[in-house]
Design a protein around this ligand. Structure first.
Ligand SMILES: [Zn+2]
Length: 121
């Protein structure tokens, strides 16, 4: 096999092994806000608000969806988002490698056609 092709396939296998489990991925962003509850006697009326945790995601046509979470699930969601982002990065890299593979294979086909023509002439 073509040396360059072999190297790319090795690299692709390495990336495949780095893919996280897809059962734990989440697309979106995690963020925190500090909210005032409205009670004038509450500490939040003068100081920092109550901490609230959210996960937001943007759908098609710029529609966004937000959910509020308790801190324990927020931590879980942040890990899932990190796995999703990592998956996307890896898939993009694999896609780039596959494009390189297509180029190499295309050039091999071109070359073998050229060789065939040279033999006939
Ligand atoms: Zn309050």
């Amino acid at each position: 096999m073509n040396n360059k092709l072999e190297k790319i396939i090795k690299e692709r296998n390495k990336l495949l092994n780095q893919l996280p489990d897809f059962d734990n991925i989440l697309r979106g962003t995690a963020f925190e806000r500090f909210l005032k509850c409205g009670n004038k006697n509450c500490h939040c009326s003068t100081g920092k608000g109550h901490q609230a945790f959210y996960v937001g995601v943007t759908h098609a046509k710029a529609k966004t969806e937000q959910i509020t979470l308790p801190e324990s699930l927020f931590i879980e969601a942040k890990k899932q988002i990190a796995s999703y982002d990592l998956s996307i990065r890896i898939l993009n890299e694999i896609s780039n490698l596959n494009r390189q593979i297509l180029r190499i294979k295309r050039d091999e086909i071109k070359q073998s056609k050229r060789d065939d023509n040279a033999k006939r002439n």
